[in-house]
Design a protein around this ligand. Structure first.
Ligand SMILES: Nc1ncnc2c1ncn2[C@@H]1O[C@H](COP(=O)(O)OP(=O)(O)OP(=O)(O)O)[C@@H](O)[C@H]1O
Ligand SMILES: [Mg+2]
Length: 309
């Protein structure tokens, strides 16, 4: 199945005075995807997100959501977008139900729809028990949860989250990532964050913003495969077996280096595709049991550090 681009950004440039933040930025986010938008402080992630929601005007380029162009200051595309800003602000004297009602009214929803969405979303984000407490007494994590509910109330096709986990403790972060995993069934997500392990957990595609454009862009598994190193990791049945095999492995013509620890061997070969089965064949001749075999994948962190100057 060919997936349609839900969000399409083309040739976007944006300067603040003499400072050029975006320089001919282009990328697409597929429908149903959770896209990790990463980059150094000040690289322009929030700027890009604000342009997508029509809060900032770009000097040139275009943004389309489901084929509909985004125009600065216009709200035509905003019914398709849910936005969780980096610093969500609330009227503290409202409780969650009252606040969501206001947001739903602004989005022109019917009272019945607001009611059903409110109860469903409060349950989804785990705030049903605090729904009648004033927001002013909420913790930061609770405010983030309410932010997600607020962003989803009008059933947007694109959810934009600007560093939603930055203020959260590890439990809150894990909860929020779990929420995003749930939410992805109903909406496409554009997520900016500095926490690369979060991206590895929930995102299927990434873009690294650097110098105003994407320095790395694509599906996470494809990027990892493309930047794969020729290293095989093998788990033997025991540390003794691994130790015994290290030296003989090193004697094979296609093996460059052998490392590891415990019952694990990490073997650098010339070409992992061709030599992987050679290594396995050799090990089986040695009368040893291989418990696990995999090709070492680069982490997102190492990919990121490779492209960021
Ligand atoms: N309204 C503004 N006026 C002038 N400069 C701005 C404005 N908004 C952003 N900038 C500048 O544009 C650059 C990009 O900012 P932006 O907030 O988009 O970065 P970011 O990638 O979201 O960073 P962070 O990771 O710190 O959130 C920064 O140098 C910032 O100072
Ligand atoms: Mg930002």
């Amino acid at each position: 199945m060919i997936k349609m681009a839900l969000l399409s950004i083309e040739g976007l440039s944006k300067s603040f005075g003499a400072l050029q933040v975006l320089n001919n930025l282009s990328f697409e986010v597929e429908q149903g995807s959770v896209f990790g938008f990463i980059g150094k402080n000040g690289s322009g992630k929030t700027t890009t997100m604000k342009i997508i929601v029509g809060l900032l005007k770009a000097q040139s380029g275009s943004v389309h959501i489901s084929g509909v162009p985004v125009k600065y200051g216009e709200t035509k595309t905003n019914h398709m977008i849910g936005y969780l800003p980096d610093v969500p602000e609330y009227y503290g004297f409202f409780n969650a139900i009252e606040y969501l009602r206001l947001v739903g009214q602004i989005a022109n929803m019917s009272p019945a729809k607001i009611k059903s969405q409110t109860s469903e979303l409060l349950e989804l984000v785990g705030l049903q028990d605090s729904a009648k407490r004033k927001i002013r007494g909420y913790s930061r994590g609770m405010k983030q949860r309410l932010g997600i509910a607020q962003a989803l109330i009008h059933e947007p096709t694109l959810l934009i989250c600007d560093e939603p986990t930055s203020a959260l403790d590890p439990q809150g972060r894990s909860d929020l990532l779990g929420l995003l995993e749930l939410v992805r069934q109903r909406t496409t997500v554009l997520l900016s964050t500095h926490i690369l392990t979060d991206v590895e957990r929930v995102c299927d595609a990434v873009g690294v913003l650097d110098g105003g454009k994407l320095a790395l862009y694509g599906k996470l598994d494809e990027l990892k495969a493309a930047h794969r190193r020729d290293t095989i990791v093998i788990e033997m049945e025991s540390a003794a077996a691994a130790q015994r095999l290290a030296q003989p492995l090193l004697g094979l013509p296609f093996v460059q280096q052998v490392g590891g620890g415990g019952n694990t061997l990490t073997i650098d070969v010339h070409n992992v595709t061709a030599n992987g089965r050679d290594v396995l064949a050799f090990l089986s001749e040695q009368d040893s049991t291989v418990r696990a075999y995999h090709v070492l994948e680069p982490s997102l962190e190492s990919l990121y550090l490779d492209v960021i100057a």
